[in-house]
Design a protein around this ligand. Structure first.
Ligand code: AMP
Length: 306
């Protein structure tokens, strides 16, 4: 059967997470950067997932992706154990430490994109090793807009590969501690300048509950996080944010500074749903209507200030 075209391809991890927050602990739940990113992107546009899982991934987890209408032609299932990660959040929920990362089937992952994915106009290289990000980018025939994310692990162990990749994308998203680790600069405007000098057109720095900052040649855009009364689990917020942003951008077709700002706003709103539950629990029930409703409320809050 022919695979339908997708507008956005996302590569990243599909993992089994164990999460400890000050209030609760969840063992072996579905996570991974691609899972969160595809969950929000697919609210906006036809999204294809590229990644690998082991045969141990429960069927119910895969069914989640079907419920979300994510295209799975790029998802490989191989013998072995799925990627696993565990992390613990400190009392303020903004700070976390990784307890364990097991790459497992990711170690021998050789992405091979379906033909329909190769010609997709939008690509999001979610958090995964930069060597794998490169192998996916190399297979794309003419991507219009490419974004990438990363994490401290890759800054520490694959820095050269990572810097090479940063030079090849349009948008780099990373959180503030990663921006500081990559540049050695504490102040974010100067850190962003250094990152822009590596080649991307835009750098988007995520600041957890404090929102995000987009830097580019057309100026700086600041957005606060959507104010939630309760954050249950911040895991995946960054991936859900970038997935929502790229999904919204892909749905719009052409990329203009105005469309990018709008997409950033929708990514911010999408991320606010991700942190309302553990794993993808809230996102699997997220409708486009609920997203648009919260986006309207958020816009009204912003409009009060200008
Ligand atoms: P975030 O909270 O946005 O940083 O994303 C957390 C998700 O990323 C979790 O669901 C993990 O399974 C996944 N993850 C953790 N460490 C890594 C890593 N080094 N590379 C890729 N994905 C990771």
């Amino acid at each position: 059967m022919a695979t339908p075209d997708v507008d956005l391809v996302v590569v990243g991890t599909i993992g089994i997470d164990t999460i400890i927050t000050p209030q609760a602990r969840r063992q072996e739940v579905l996570g991974g950067s691609a899972s969160f990113a595809c969950a929000t992107a697919s609210r906006f546009t036809r999204t294809g997932m590229v990644g690998v899982v082991g045969e141990d991934l429960p069927r119910a987890a895969r069914a989640r992706f079907d419920d979300l209408d994510i295209d799975l032609a790029g998802l490989q299932t191989v013998p072995g154990q799925t990627f696993r990660w565990s992390g613990e959040y400190m009392t303020n929920m903004d700070e976390r430490r990784t307890l364990a990362t097991e790459l497992n089937v990711l170690e021998d992952f050789n992405p091979d994109l379906p033909a329909t994915y190769r010609r997709a106009p939008f690509l999001f290289l979610a958090n995964i090793g930069p060597d794998l990000q490169r192998r996916v980018l190399d297979q794309m025939t003419q991507p219009r807009f490419v974004a990438m994310d990363t994490m401290d692990l890759w800054i520490n162990i694959q820095r050269d590969n990572l810097e090479e990749m940063i030079g090849r994308v349009d948008l780099l998203t990373l959180n503030e501690s990663e921006a500081r680790a990559l540049t050695g600069v504490h102040g974010l405007p100067v850190a962003a300048e250094r990152l822009l000098a590596m080649g991307p057109r835009y750098v988007l720095i995520k600041k957890g509950e404090h929102g995000s900052m987009l830097f580019g040649s057309d100026g700086i855009v600041l957005l606060p996080a959507y104010p939630l009364r309760e954050v249950v689990d911040p895991t995946g917020a960054g991936d859900a944010f970038a997935g929502g942003l790229m999904g919204a951008l892909a749905a719009g077709g052409e990329v203009t500074p105005q469309r990018l700002r709008q997409a950033m706003l929708l990514g911010t709103v999408a991320a606010s749903f991700a942190v309302e539950s553990f794993s993808l629990e809230r996102l699997v029930h997220l409708t486009r209507e609920a997203l648009d409703e919260r986006a309207a409320a958020y816009r009204a809050m912003l409009a009060g200030a200008v």
